[in-house]
Design a protein around this ligand. Structure first.
Ligand code: CTP
Ligand code: MG
Length: 233
């Protein structure tokens, strides 16, 4: 019997500049209750017994901050700090291609999404025993409209749509194939989009959590402080 246990990787994307947040330092380095958002995010994966190695992507200008955070919080699973690219997809590409194993499970997570639970991480990793690709998602609460030229075209049935969160999880080989096929295409806001575009496999849903927010605008910091406080008191 083959008893090889392939590694489980977590890629944390932290190379963005946070245009919508409009802060001098990118949002992932802002502190919530005294702790950098990226540190909180990375600790979620550091503390998971299912994760073997962490790869963090960064913008070269802020590489020193990532090194400082890794040292300060003893993030021993962070084996590589990779320079990201112009788009999220480029940053993801650079990290995925930095994994040279033949087989592995890979979770890709937004560095600006600090409250991923241990349950979500383990549900994603375990689902990859059965499936080649998974995404975390939650039901919609608002009504969705399709718009053209500032006019509603249709009101689709909300039950057919979900909001995507991260992590998204993949079998390494299919993920590398998806990125290789999409090398000149930048119309993606997540990694599952690459799999879907090239019809490589089904992407299964893992139940997310309303606390698994992404910091996008300054107002999100208030919500994040509330969640942090609730989870740490
Ligand atoms: N990201 C990245 N490389 C990029 C762009 C984004 O690694 N070139 C990362 C961000 O650092 C973030 C995650 O992808 O953790 C989700 O992206 P988003 O929330 O859009 O962050 P930004 O791109 O930094 O923000 P904005 O779109 O407002 O500029
Ligand atoms: Mg962005």
């Amino acid at each position: 019997m083959n008893n090889i246990r392939y590694k489980n990787y977590a890629i944390i994307l932290a190379a963005g500049t946070g245009e919508r947040f409009k802060n001098k330092i990118p949002k992932q380095f802002i502190k919530i209750c005294g702790k950098e958002i990226l540190a909180i995010t990375a600790e979620d994966f550091q503390n998971s017994e299912l994760i073997d190695e962490i790869i963090i992507t960064t913008n070269p200008e802020y590489e020193y901050i990532v090194h400082e955070i890794v040292q300060k919080y003893n993030l021993s699973k962070v084996k590589k700090i990779i320079i990201g690219g112009k788009t999220r997809k480029d940053s993801s590409y650079n990290s995925v291609m930095a994994i040279d194993d033949t087989q592995a499970k890979v979770l890709i997570h937004d560095g600006a999404r600090p409250f991923v639970s241990q349950k979500i991480i383990s549900d994603c990793i375990k689902a990859l025993d059965k499936f080649q690709a998974v995404t975390t998602a939650i039901p919609l609460t608002d009504t969705i409209i399709e718009v053209k030229d500032d006019i509603i075209e249709s009101t689709p049935n909300r039950d057919n749509y979900m909001r995507v969160q991260t992590p998204q999880g993949f079998n390494l080989q299919i993920l590398k194939k998806a990125h290789t096929l999409s090398i000149n295409d930048n119309n993606f806001t997540d990694d599952c989009g690459l799999i879907i575009k090239h019809k490589l496999c089904d992407v299964h849903i893992i139940n997310g959590d309303i606390n698994n927010i992404k910091i996008t605008y300054p107002q999100d910091i208030d919500t994040a402080e509330k969640i942090f406080f609730e989870q740490n008191s």
